[in-house]
Design a protein around this ligand. Structure first.
Ligand SMILES: [Zn+2]
Length: 152
């Protein structure tokens, strides 16, 4: 016996939902963002076990499972570990295309942070090149207070 639902064409409605939200970054994230906003300084936390310096800082080491309570100021300069250039614009992107994202390993930190690369010819980007942070004139306590990184 056939069910009437087997003969119904399945229709799809494409819609958009905008969901504004607030996300508390906690004490660790707040200290990190306030240092960038107020002093143009980038800080991380060091694990007492493995000595890894996390930037952005974390409250506890994911490898050692211990609190990372020592704060370490790292450089605003580092090495471009990897990058990608985006050639299409999308409302989700922070800037119009072309734009470049890079993984930057700051001097004094382990691991890398993801941020925008700008003020340069993207064709000249190379992994291993030195880059430095460019801070926004108006800083508001977000990661966008680092406007982008640029070749050092
Ligand atoms: Zn550790």
């Amino acid at each position: 016996m056939t069910d009437w639902k087997d003969k119904v064409e399945n229709m799809v409605y494409t819609g958009r939902i905008k969901v504004p939200y607030l996300w508390n970054v906690g004490k660790t994230g707040s200290r990190f963002l306030v240092a960038i906003r107020d002093k143009k300084e980038i800080w991380g936390t060091r694990c007492p076990g493995c000595k890894r310096v996390y930037v952005p800082p974390v409250k506890s080491c994911g490898e050692c499972f211990v609190p990372t309570e020592e704060w370490v100021k790292v450089s605003d300069k580092g090495v471009l570990e990897s990058f990608t250039v985006v050639h299409y614009s999308h409302e989700m992107q922070p800037r119009k295309a072309p734009l470049a994202y890079g993984l930057i390993k700051l001097d004094g930190a382990d691991g890398a942070i993801l941020h925008l690369i700008d003020d340069t010819d993207f064709a000249k980007l190379k992994t291993g090149m030195k880059v430095k942070a460019v801070f926004a004139e108006q800083r508001e306590g977000t990661i966008a207070d680092i406007k982008h990184f640029t070749p050092a």
